[in-house]
Design a protein around this ligand. Structure first.
Ligand code: FE2
Length: 146
């Protein structure tokens, strides 16, 4: 099952960022599968830990890249990344506490929060690095909701 398949429409054109985004979606898919298949708590918790640690790794990498190129959007990214990370922590808490609905929470996180961030802020940040194929900037500061 490939719950959150990669699409070339997600590609920013930055190979490192796109490779990491692809991996994030894979890990979210693995967690989704573990939850949907009713796998053991241990398997689901390992999948959650993998998603959480990769999310932190990726955001740190992305922020280092944006800082290196002095991207004006760095502060906005930090804010959104912090919010997205808090969401993952909340999911882990709910999973460990055996609360129901973590799969639905994960789905909303990917579809309403992570993908829009990739498609809007990340895409705009990479395009602002000098590419001429710019497009209208997305409205900044929109919050996703789980
Ligand atoms: Fe970002």
């Amino acid at each position: 099952m490939d719950t959150y398949p990669w699409s070339e429409t997600y590609a920013t054109g930055n190979w490192v960022i796109d490779t990491q985004h692809r991996r994030l979606l894979e890990l979210a898919g693995l967690l989704s599968d573990a939850l949907a298949d009713g796998r053991s708590d241990e398997v689901a918790e390992q999948a959650m830990a993998a998603l959480e640690s990769y999310t932190r790794f990726h955001f740190a990498e992305e922020e280092a890249f944006l800082a290196a190129i002095r991207a004006p959007s760095l502060a906005q990214h930090r804010r959104v990344h912090a919010s997205l990370t808090l969401d993952v922590e909340a999911m882990r808490f709910n999973l460990v506490a055996r609360y129901p609905g973590v799969g639905e929470q994960l789905s909303r996180w990917v579809l309403n929060c992570l993908l829009p961030h990739m498609l809007n802020e990340d895409m705009a940040a990479v395009e602002a690095t000098g590419s001429k194929r710019s497009r209208p900037r997305p409205s900044a500061g929109e919050e996703c909701s789980l």
